[in-house]
Design a protein around this ligand. Structure first.
Ligand SMILES: C[S@@+](CC[C@H](N)C(=O)[O-])C[C@H]1O[C@@H](n2cnc3c(N)ncnc32)[C@H](O)[C@@H]1O
Length: 153
């Protein structure tokens, strides 16, 4: 499950790392972005049955998805919406499944207490909550712009 399809760049990487029959479900608010992503998936030769694109707001889409049915949730959407999406992500992940939050350090702003803009504060809060959440084993990887991962127990 990917939240924030964009033009499908990360989707292609995810599909490459999945088993041949693995299905990528990807949500975005922008139909135009998903059209571009579908083109990219087709050009890359990905079978249409491996992709499920859903246009809509994750807070309307995620509650309709089954409990404990997903191996991986990658959150690549607006950080200001993240806190609410994390709860749903933890619900739909199976035990052992992993939540991934990309750009988790916001260009090194997150560890800098002097930075208090909305995006930085939202990312800091998500990291704090996951650190203290008994349902997951979290880790912050200092790779690229920071990758926050949380494995569901
Ligand atoms: C940086 S792009 C994602 C790129 C993609 N995951 C990749 O790495 O190739 C962010 C996408 O999230 C979408 N987005 C932003 N806020 C969103 C939200 N609240 N719910 C769903 N999608 C959102 C935007 O329309 C945009 O397509």
């Amino acid at each position: 499950m990917e939240i924030g399809t964009g033009a499908g760049v990360a989707g292609l990487w995810l599909l490459r790392g999945m088993s041949a029959d693995g299905v990528l479900t990807t949500i975005d608010t922008e139909a135009e972005h998903q059209r571009a992503a579908r083109e990219a998936f087709t050009e890359a030769g990905v079978r249409p049955t491996r992709i499920r694109t859903i246009t809509g707001r994750p807070l309307e889409v995620l509650p309709r998805l089954a409990d404990a049915a997903y191996d991986l949730v990658v959150a690549a959407d607006d950080p200001l919406d993240l806190t609410e999406h994390v709860e749903q992500a933890l619900r739909i992940l199976r035990p052992g499944g992993v939540l991934v939050v990309v750009h988790a350090l916001a260009g090194d702003r997150v560890p800098d207490p002097a930075r208090r803009d909305d995006v930085t504060t939202a990312l800091r809060e998500v990291a704090r909550r996951l650190r203290d959440d008994e349902r997951v084993v979290p880790a912050l990887l200092p790779s690229g712009d920071g990758v926050l991962v949380a494995a569901k127990r």
